[in-house]
Design a protein around this ligand. Structure first.
Ligand code: NAG
Ligand code: NAG
Ligand code: NAG
Ligand code: NAG
Ligand code: NAG
Ligand code: NAG
Length: 447
């Protein structure tokens, strides 16, 4: 009876996973970060003769998705004839046609301004609070204090007796495509604390929206793949062939140019940031999971992340691993880590580098690949632990928010014959196959 219930629960879990993954096909949300979003807020805090002053804030609520160089870019379309009189903490890329202004010349007159963050070395009079990090935003789970950015704008040229309307068609590049923003809506004015927290003050009005990421819209080729190995089998399961593209160059040459680089090819291929080392998977990044050893109460894993880019360092990398073993006490030796609350049966661990140790995942040189690694000690839960059926391998891995291509379950390193686990779980195979198939479906168009 207990077995039957158990089996039913398993089927239920499988169906839920399938449904959620189906959902992510049409991009409802990321099942491992269902509440992730960028929230953009316009807080109007002062009226002017012909307009208002507002503080605009971009908050990254994604647990493990950060905004890398060259930084975020925010855009919108003015509904009326608004102009920006001045700006602090960011810049508008175009001034536009301000020829109808005679004495005071606005800062920007374009109908669809594009806003970029300032660099940290900007002059103090152009800065504002919480600005000027070159558009970089950290992931919420890793560094919430650097996960948002603000700037101030003075908006004018409104019609008589108008308080202005929210800008339309907000767009966010962070830094690439893939983000969709809803309309800016009137919400309760933002409240903040004053006088040491004893008094609440509020802005005049607040417009707010959220922007969410969809890999489907980003239409990126995969950037990462997973390889596996164990102490009990000499076979190394490498990344699936052509995970991120196929070799274009001659097999004998040292380098090939990745597919994504073609539009941005510069005259000097040596400085092309998309140049990756020639491999059978052509992925710029590989995550390797090696099951090192087996103790009575613990098992040990080595996690290695390799950067095959020739001209690109990752300074804010993070890796997300879904594996049921993380439900138990885990010791991570050389990375920072936290466990994220996730659904289903498996826990999700987020890893990132330790400053001055391995925070920088450097690029590959001629004969040396850039890599970072850690060992970890995972406690055995005697009710579920097994080496059979690929249990010891991760279910899903993301590199800086992007899904990594997993090998097919039937290519996983097998236990040698005669070693039989007491805790074999046949349905696990089905689960792994399903996870693989759905991820294949997701990535299908690029393979
Ligand atoms: C955006 O993220 C925040 C924090 O996780 C959450 O409270 C909010 O509900 C999210 N908004 C939407 C529209 O998903
Ligand atoms: C600039 O705007 C003015 C008034 O709105 C218009 O008359 C003029 O043609 C515009 N100039 C250009 C180059 O678009
Ligand atoms: C800084 O502000 C000054 C005066 O407001 C302006 O002339 C200058 O272009 C600004 N610099 C930047 C980088 O925005
Ligand atoms: C703004 O978005 C709406 C709906 O998405 C669209 O119909 C409209 O054409 C857009 N406006 C501009 C100026 O792009
Ligand atoms: C990457 O980092 C290494 C070591 O810090 C440095 O020598 C190299 O110039 C960097 N490469 C790029 C493209 O920034
Ligand atoms: C994890 O290990 C620490 C110390 O090694 C111990 O204090 C803690 O109770 C353990 N937690 C669990 C859930 O076993």
């Amino acid at each position: 009876m207990a077995n039957m219930i158990h089996s039913c629960l398993w089927h239920f879990a499988l169906v839920s996973i399938f449904l959620v993954t189906m959902c992510s096909l049409s991009d409802c949300y990321d099942p491992l970060d269902p509440n992730g979003n960028f929230t953009v807020t316009f807080d109007t805090y002062q009226w002017e003769n012909d307009g208002y002053l507002a503080k605009v804030t971009i908050q990254n609520y994604y647990q493990y998705r950060h905004v890398d160089k060259p930084g975020w870019k925010l855009g919108w379309i003015w509904g009326q004839n608004e102009v920006i009189w001045s700006m602090n903490g960011a810049l508008a890329t175009k001034q536009g046609n301000c020829s109808s202004f005679k004495s005071d010349i606005p800062y920007s007159c374009v109908k669809d301004p594009e806003i970029l963050d300032l660099m940290p070395d900007s002059s103090p009079e152009n800065k504002s609070v919480d600005c000027c990090r070159g558009g970089l935003l950290d992931a919420w789970a890793i560094n919430p204090s650097q996960s948002f950015s603000s700037f101030q704008i003075k908006v004018g040229n409104l019609q008589q007796n108008s308080f202005g309307r929210a800008p339309l068609n907000l767009t966010l590049m962070a830094p690439g495509l893939g983000y969709t923003c809803g309309p800016l809506l009137d919400v309760d004015p933002t409240v903040s604390l004053d006088i040491g927290g004893r008094r609440q003050v509020q802005v005049f009005r607040t417009w707010k929206t959220t922007c969410t990421y969809s890999s489907f819209i980003a239409a990126k080729t995969p950037v990462c793949c997973v390889s596996l190995s164990t102490f009990y089998n000499p076979t190394i399961t490498s990344c699936p062939l052509c995970s991120c593209g196929c070799r274009l160059a001659d097999k004998t040459t040292e380098t090939c140019i990745s597919r994504s680089s073609f539009p941005s090819m510069t005259n000097d291929p040596q400085s092309d940031p998309d140049l990756v080392k020639c491999t059978d998977h052509m992925c710029p990044v590989r995550v390797h999971w090696h099951v090192m050893s087996n103790y009575v109460d613990y098992w040990r894993v080595k996690l290695t992340i390799t950067n095959y880019n020739y001209h690109k360092n990752f300074s804010d990398w993070n890796v997300l691993v879904q594996h049921p073993g993380f439900r138990q006490n885990t010791t991570i030796y050389s990375f920072n880590s936290i466990m994220l609350p996730a659904g289903f049966r498996d826990e999700v661990a987020l890893f990132w580098g330790i400053p001055y140790v391995n925070q920088e995942l450097i690029s590959t040189e001629k004969d040396q690949v850039g890599s970072v690694s850690t060992e970890m000690l995972l406690k055995k839960d005697m009710d579920s632990f097994t080496f059979s059926n690929g249990w010891a391998f991760p279910r899903r891995i993301y590199f800086s928010g992007e899904t990594c291509q997993m090998p097919l379950p039937d290519a996983f390193p097998m236990l040698p014959n005669g070693v039989v686990s007491n805790f074999a779980k046949p349905s696990l195979c089905l689960f792994l196959l399903l996870t693989f198939l759905t991820s294949q479906a997701l990535l299908g168009p690029w393979l």
